[in-house]
Design a protein around this ligand. Structure first.
Ligand code: NCD
Length: 305
């Protein structure tokens, strides 16, 4: 049995298998509609979520399985002081697989060490979000045709944005991928990513404060919201929240085939006028999330069709 806590828990080959299977399911969903009959997915969400929890649930339902779970810490025994370790021991006897989101970095990992069912990290604090990364990789592969030879701009809250951290970790494994990291100084990527990942692997990257100047270089622009819930004080959030707002005027300098991704939810960082631009693919990206989660559930439960 295997858990998925970090995007690196899947080898490049396993990742390619999940993406291929997701594409097969996307092309022919009917073929997979009963393959998890009798199986149960538990969604243990200690932090708010719309897409991740509902797409996990939709994924299991689309496979003919069932779902159970809770959507906030308040409505679970965490409110009474139960540890994640005790919760997962019990849930292991109610379900076949579980997806866990938690505000504390490392909580899904701790759960996995006590679990007798596969645990999927559905986001742990500012750390990792591997199924969003699978969604992002699927979107890039499907709409760009490749995962290598790309210049990727990450813009917004690169300090607390776990989707950014996970996607950088995953993308450095493909040849000739360059990063342009666009953020205010206070919201730059954590130092461990710079030293242990980018510098250690000799990846080409630059850190800039201005989006306009670098726009023409980008093949992909990954926008993120400023992560209000991870700030220590509200004044800093208010000062930084509107650092970058992507609008049609800013896009005038972008490549005609640049893709705009966003894990969503969007707050102010992309003007709604951008939604109709053919380069804006964030709603499609959210839709793809269901197929990659279907594929991942099947792989972890060893189900073949
Ligand atoms: C992201 C998350 O939870 O990290 N949302 C998501 O899962 N699609 C991004 C965010 O909350 O900003």
């Amino acid at each position: 049995m295997k858990h998925v806590i970090s995007p690196l828990d899947l080898s490049i080959n396993e990742l390619a298998e999940v993406l291929d299977l997701a594409n097969e399911i996307y092309e022919n969903p009917q073929k997979y509609s009963e393959c998890c009959h009798g199986k149960k997915l538990a969604t243990l969400f200690y932090e708010p979520s719309t897409r991740t929890r509902l797409s996990f649930e939709a994924a299991m339902l689309n496979l003919g399985g069932n779902v159970l779970g809770f959507s906030s810490a308040d409505s679970s025994s965490a409110a009474k002081g139960e540890s994640v370790a005790d919760t997962i021991r019990v849930v292991s006897s109610y379900a076949d697989i579980c997806a866990m989101r938690h505000p504390k970095e490392g909580a899904p990992y701790v759960a996995s060490t006590y679990s007798s069912i596969p645990v999927i990290n559905a986001g742990d604090g500012g750390h990792n979000h591997p199924t969003q990364t699978l969604t992002d990789l699927f979107t890039i592969k499907k709409l760009k045709g490749r995962l290598d030879n790309l210049t990727i701009g990450f813009c917004g809250d690169l300090k607390f944005g776990r989707t950014v951290h996970s996607l950088i970790n995953a993308m450095v494994r493909y040849p000739n991928v360059k990063f342009v990291l666009i953020s205010p100084e206070e919201l730059q990527i954590p130092n461990y990513l710079r030293t242990e990942v980018l510098d250690a692997k000799n990846i080409e990257y630059k850190e800039v404060k201005n989006l306009d100047a670098v726009m023409p270089e980008l093949d992909l622009l990954y926008m993120t919201r400023v992560q209000r819930e991870r700030f220590f004080n509200e004044e800093d959030y208010i000062r930084l929240k509107d650092s970058f707002i992507l609008d049609l005027q800013k896009l005038e300098n972008a490549k005609p085939d640049m893709l705009i991704l966003h894990p969503l939810p969007r707050v102010n960082e992309i003007a709604t006028e951008v939604d109709d631009d053919p380069r804006a693919v964030y709603f499609e990206q959210a839709k793809f999330g269901v197929y990659v989660r279907m594929a991942l559930i099947m792989k972890l439960l060893n189900i073949t069709v």
